[in-house]
Design a protein around this ligand. Sequence first.
Ligand SMILES: Nc1nc2c(c(=O)[nH]1)N[C@H]1C(S)=C(S)[C@@H](COP(=O)(O)OP(=O)(O)OC[C@H]3O[C@@H](n4cnc5c(=O)[nH]c(N)nc54)[C@H](O)[C@@H]3O)O[C@H]1N2
Ligand SMILES: Nc1nc2c(c(=O)[nH]1)N[C@H]1C(S)=C(S)[C@@H](COP(=O)(O)OP(=O)(O)OC[C@H]3O[C@@H](n4cnc5c(=O)[nH]c(N)nc54)[C@H](O)[C@@H]3O)O[C@H]1N2
Ligand code: SF4
Ligand SMILES: [Mo]
Length: 905
Amino acid sequence: MTNKTKQKLIVTTVKTTCCYCGVGCGITAKVNSDTGEVIVIGDDDHPANFGRLCSKGSSLAETLELSSRLLVPQVYGKPVDWATALETVANKFNQLIDQYGPDAIAFYGSGQLLTEDYYVANKLMKGFIGSANIDTNSRLCMSSTVAGHKRTFGSDTVPACYDDYEQAELIILIGSNTAWCHPVSFQRIKAAKENNPRLKVVVIDPRKTPTCDIADLHIPVKIGTDVALFNGLLSYLYQENALDQEFIQQHTQGFEETIMAAQNDALNVATVAQKCQVAPHILETFYRWYKETDKTLSLYSQGVNQSSSGTDKVSAILHCHLATGRIGKPGCGPLSLTGQPNAMGGREVGGLAHQLAAHMDFYAEDIERVKRFWQSDNIADKPGHTATELFDAVADGKIKAIWIMATNPVVSMPNADKVKQALEQCEFVVVSDCVAHTDTLDLAHIKLPAAPWSEKDGTVTNSERRISRQRALLPLAGDAKPDWWIIAQVAQKMGFTDGFNYQSNVEIFREHARLSGFENNNKQRLRDFDISLLADISEDDYNNLQPTQWPITAKRPQGTARLFDQGKFFTPTEKANFTPIQFKPPANLPNQQWPLILNTGRLRDQWHTMTRTALAPRLNQHKPEPFVEITSADALDYGLNQGELAQIESAWGKMLVRVVITETLPQGVIFVPMHWTAQFSSQGRMGALVNPVIDPISKQPESKHTPVKIKAYDAQWHGFIISRHPLVLDGIDYTVLVKGNGYFHYEVASSKNIRNWQYHLANQLSPYTKELNWQTYQDDKKLLFRTACFSAKELQAVLIISPHSRLPERGWIGSLFDPLRTEPLKDDERMALLTGKPPLGTPDVGNIICACFNVGEKTILSAIKDGKLTTPQAVGKSCKAGTNCGSCVPEIKELLISHLTVTGS
Ligand SMILES: Nc1nc2c(c(=O)[nH]1)N[C@H]1C(S)=C(S)[C@@H](COP(=O)(O)OP(=O)(O)OC[C@H]3O[C@@H](n4cnc5c(=O)[nH]c(N)nc54)[C@H](O)[C@@H]3O)O[C@H]1N2
Ligand SMILES: Nc1nc2c(c(=O)[nH]1)N[C@H]1C(S)=C(S)[C@@H](COP(=O)(O)OP(=O)(O)OC[C@H]3O[C@@H](n4cnc5c(=O)[nH]c(N)nc54)[C@H](O)[C@@H]3O)O[C@H]1N2
Ligand code: SF4
Ligand SMILES: [Mo]
């Protein structure tokens, strides 16, 4: 046999779906079943991405490591077999239910569960335990959209689809940093714009984000004022006679009251401009474009949802589409960009505490129907606690046991210190996760190892209602099990044997599909979610299921691209509802004590609480540290300097982060990324500060608006350590861990003096290597200390301490730890470690801008300078940056501009 045929036998190709954002990109994975090696590329045939992947998706293979995984069940800190773990959970749940009733138990799930997992969790809690105390992180994510959709359409329906990107002539991105958070959709819109010069893009965001790169107009609204903006638009269209009166008459109800309320709220551009703090001519331009363009698509995300007026913001956006009849037609409509890979699947199975299953509610007839379908006599008869209420009930001791699956609430919930305390005090905390340590898992009494992406298998639904398969690439590692299996086993051990006797995921999917069509024929209350055509799907067909948009029924066997094409909605009258709404400012306004507003959100290369993305060194180099963005005027007022540290405090908690001065924000607002946790930083967990105010209808927290104060942090010293081995750094005020290629990089700073660093380091490194030798430079007067330690000739760690934050470049020191490097350090490199300056001619790449090709800021800048480059295309040609996923092109443009500004050319 030749080498070539040998290779062929062991490499298999598996088509699956990305586990990150709601774009839901198809992936083609090549798996070497002998070595477990995986290569990931975009699936050319998948209609969500047609072969494209962003930096996160394309580095998925780099996250498939076992050393960080939770691989064995643990009960009170002891590794046990599955039978013991499952029985412990089931017995304790039963005991607590006997003692206190079913509402003493709660589940907290996530849009990162597969539909099959989610279905079983919801069925167990609502159908058999008999409580609706199951909510999910979707409460923090999409619940305002769910509430807005239901109030307006009678159903939680996303009417439009991605094909509309190419057909639209006006795309409005509201509270969405699409360039970083839905990068493949962003690239698709960018390409559509290049192909169709008529297509205009408007970005509505208080920050000037990288998404503004393709904006014809940026509207920097004041946080929380979108209702005024869209009420203003409705009034304007009305006054300009630009409404579709026929559509309003035939297909909607409640218009009169709504237009009155809108006029009251936002009669003219001047009023709106004042409320939104936007220049009137910017608003006028937007309103005019909206009036003139039939094919209008509104894409929106967390700047809309995460607000105490989130539901009203959604309604205000939908109203403008209904009033102009721009819905259910190609190239127009509202389309909420969902965050998580299965945010939509969670909504389908009723993962939120106020829903039942298959888009049913807690109406008597729904309860009765689901009860019959599940053949259970113990179904919940009322909604349960929503996320913030649920953790409050844990804190109050009303909930005695909680099972958290696929989410990290100690980081992501508002008032997260309270959530942490609640879990510390809770009698019984069960957590299912894939990694061994998270801020939440570390508080669990029972730890259950769940199968991650690459090992689990089932379905997910993306933003455009498209159901795709996630397929396992690798066998289950250690004792890890799929979430549906874990939940079904606990159910059976609790005594619910009949309803949970699933042998495989396809059985669950069939049941879910069957329920979607079950008695779905009441003309008064038809349900939009219907995939009944798949109710008897064979195992083979399930395994080969092609990405399809629901509804999927006998009438629509190929799925459905757009809904509401007939102007019929899922209300008893089949008419969509207008609801009179009025702008309300955020609940907690800044004041003398808390003068600034904290806005929070995402970075390009990290996913939420970093449990997966932080494993890929190249994803950590874009923004290695937690930081706060602040305007230069505010920085001056509060005595902050670029690159130094600042303490931010709210009425709820504190954090310590690096200062980044920028003019992309309005004055009075600061921005902090949501990603850092106690696993990666000593004081970077932003959830601790975030106010727990919620939208009264959707109960979604106002995560984008918390009053805070900020002050400079007075460090005695700053420094960093780059080490071949992980270290434990206790007692230092500021520590941040950045995983690099072959090394662990720690940023450190403290207000307390630390003596004898060498001794501490030697202690930490002793488990890994003996007989260290050191080279040290010390200047006690200048408080400078640099040391490098070696074992034989191999570099083990470098420590640099200084009284100020201007420290040597980390990039070139990190590169000395490259695992592929075999030769010992050269003399000039050793010397460089002492002087803190790289040897002459050493390329220092700077922060990574292009994660796909690992190209740093400094490399790009020198390419621009040396080649006199003026376009991103020329930069791409010169150093490849920006030529794969394209997510970094906005930053390359910024570098081009900054170079032009500096050189004045
Ligand atoms: N790289 C990356 N991508 C992700 C994720 C990730 O963790 N990392 N997470 C995924 C998930 S779960 C989600 S939900 C999505 C979120 O995707 P996005 O919603 O796009 O992301 P965010 O950064 O949370 O917030 C978007 C913007 O809302 C703006 N904003 C704040 N307040 C207001 C306001 O009052 N009005 C308006 N109009 N805008 C406002 C913020 O300034 C911010 O730029 O991203 C998904 N994609
Ligand atoms: N201030 C502020 N707070 C926010 C936001 C914000 O913008 N600002 N955004 C909110 C939003 S939109 C969201 S979606 C949340 C996200 O916040 P979280 O859901 O808390 O964050 P993740 O890091 O995604 O947590 C997922 C956990 O599940 C694990 N996991 C991954 N896959 C699986 C699996 O298949 N099974 C199991 N059992 N575990 C798995 C991961 O290791 C990780 O520990 O944060 C919310 N919180
Ligand atoms: S855009 Fe990126 S993160 Fe989102 S699904 Fe596609 S590859 Fe994954
Ligand atoms: Mo989300």
